[in-house]
Design a protein around this ligand. Structure first.
Ligand code: ADP
Length: 501
């Protein structure tokens, strides 16, 4: 373990003064019961800038003992009613305050996302905006989760109450290290729950800074606790904890299955937002220029590390060659480089593990006989986890590169004959998170949108996510719907009350 962080200026080259200030100093701590504390074991881990492989900061490595403390604090905050009983208007005000603080520290948070995760700064700025929107959206819901009155017998009055679930364990990934905080914390808090958040070990910094802003907003102690650390230890302890009422997880399908098993001990409520291998279907009558541009964004945004990325592009035979030429040209226009540089349009992958994994798939693609029409190799940078944006042709849907989630800037182009063939091949996957349909034929667009088995379908666009609408998976992409009013179901439970008249 490094005793001190090397030069922050070199690790975070180009960052603003307030970001450098945040990164300097002693190791980052855990937020438990309103206080910043070291891990009980005293252990720390390094968080790395994936663009230059240098250490950005040391971070407390929480494990089961720290999760126990955080859960106890969240339990006290819940049982004393210091959050729930303050009432919906006051909770809404706190959520709005958090949104305002995130907005006013937007540039700083965007730089932290980019430094820790590697995505280009423009994408991080947009992530900050979506995070603010989501906090404000759920601030609105705090005052609008109604119960019902029910038509019971004449001498009875029956009504329902929506009540919080309790202590929520929330485990988030590294690809949206700020936005996923809002997807989890905002609805949980709006409906009166308390939270223990476990950020991904690759990107703990945005969560720690948000923790500071939450303290600044003045939330009561223990309502939000943040324990940084590794998946199997801190994450595993949270998922298995007998005093946690609900676990919300975003991450890989493989870990989602472990979470589900771990949650069985006390029958926690579980919601899982997992992997994908999303079909994006392009018909010959598609608005081709837009289809090429948005499909490229749909697969290359965030270096392709997006669970609903448009990784399997099904292109009708007649336009296959033209589409392949055009999207390969788009891929070649992408400027790979230092992500804090505002002219960069693709940064590095998040970590060396992820880099190795994606490079392994590029080798597999060659072994399986696919043709790299663009990319197909690591970036030319001497340092950092860069991979060139990659388009494969000569692919069929049975190849492993067409079936397994690569989680990198890699798309496969697969030809189809007609509508039925497109739907059949599109649905021939264990996943069901997103899907795209490109056509000017209105009835075909809606028919195919219905037939594709995915939680979100985009017609003549791709990958748009707005807090007003639910997001989640079919099949092994998970269950439960986040965002939209559907989060009410995740973070409340219903009580039925009978009154004898
Ligand atoms: P990825 O494969 O994209 O890194 P993971 O599913 O491994 O995604 O990680 C997503 C989140 O789940 C991270 O916060 C990680 O620490 C956590 N995690 C990983 N393994 C476990 C586990 N066994 N139990 C609980 N959480 C875990």
């Amino acid at each position: 373990m490094a005793a001190a962080v090397p030069s922050i200026e070199s690790a975070a080259v180009g960052a603003a003064a307030e970001v450098l200030r945040f990164l300097s100093g002693p190791p980052k701590q855990l937020l438990i019961d309103g206080k910043w504390v070291n891990a009980k074991s005293g252990a720390t881990f390094e968080t790395i800038n994936p663009a230059n492989e240098e250490v950005l900061a040391l971070v407390a490595e929480g494990d089961k003992a720290d999760i126990d403390d955080a859960v106890a604090a969240a339990r006290r905050a819940f049982e004393t009613g210091r959050w729930q009983s303050m009432g919906p208007h006051q909770r809404a005000r706190y959520l709005l305050k958090i949104a305002d603080l995130i907005e006013s520290h937007g540039e700083e948070l965007a730089q932290l996302i980019t430094l820790d995760n590697g995505k280009p700064i423009a994408e991080s700025i947009s992530e900050v905006g979506r995070t603010v929107d989501t906090f404000r959206y759920y601030a609105g819901w705090a005052t609008k989760f109604y119960g019902e009155t029910n038509p019971s017998a004449p001498a009875l009055f029956n009504y329902t109450l929506r009540e919080p679930v309790g202590v929520c364990g929330q485990i988030i990934p590294w690809n949206g290290p700020l936005s996923t905080i809002s997807w989890k914390i905002a609805p949980a808090l709006a409906f009166g729950n308390t939270v223990v958040l476990k950020p991904a070990e690759q990107t703990p910094l945005p969560a720690i800074r948000v923790g500071e802003l939450i303290c600044e907003a003045g939330l009561p102690d223990g309502v939000v606790n943040i324990v940084t650390g590794f998946g199997p230890t801190a994450g595993g302890a949270l998922a298995a904890h007998p005093n946690v009422d609900k676990v919300a997880f975003t991450g890989s399908t493989e870990v989602g299955k472990l979470i589900l098993q771990a949650s069985a001990g006390n029958l926690k409520r579980v919601s899982l937002e997992l992997g994908g291998k999303s079909p994006n279907v392009i018909f010959p009558d598609a608005p081709l220029e837009a289809a090429v541009a948005m499909s490229a964004t749909g697969v290359f945004r965030n270096q392709g590390q997006v669970c609903c990325a448009a990784t399997r592009m099904f292109v009708q035979e007649r336009i296959y060659d033209e589409f392949a030429d055009r999207i390969a040209a788009k891929a070649n226009e992408i400027k790979l480089g230092a992500p804090l540089d505002r002219t960069t349009t693709m940064g590095p992958l998040v970590s060396s593990e992820q880099h190795e994994r994606v490079l392994g798939y590029l080798k597999l693609a060659r072994d399986e006989g696919a043709y790299a029409k663009a990319g197909g190799e690591r970036g030319p940078q001497p340092k950092g986890y860069f991979v060139k944006p990659t388009i494969y042709t000569q692919v069929h849907n049975a190849m492993r590169i067409a079936r397994e989630e690569i989680f990198g800037p890699v798309a496969v182009l697969i030809p189809f004959k007609d509508e039925n063939d497109a739907v059949f091949q599109g649905n021939d996957t264990i996943y069901g998170l997103g899907a795209g349909v490109w056509t000017r034929d209105l009835s075909r667009a809606h028919k195919v949108a219905r037939a594709l088995r995915a939680g979100s379908v985009w017609i003549n666009c791709y990958g748009l996510i707005d807090p007003i609408s639910p997001f989640g998976g079919y099949k092994q992409s998970g269950f439960g719907r986040e965002l939209g009013p559907q989060s009410i179901d995740l973070y409340t439970q219903i009580k039925s009350v009978y009154v004898k008249l």
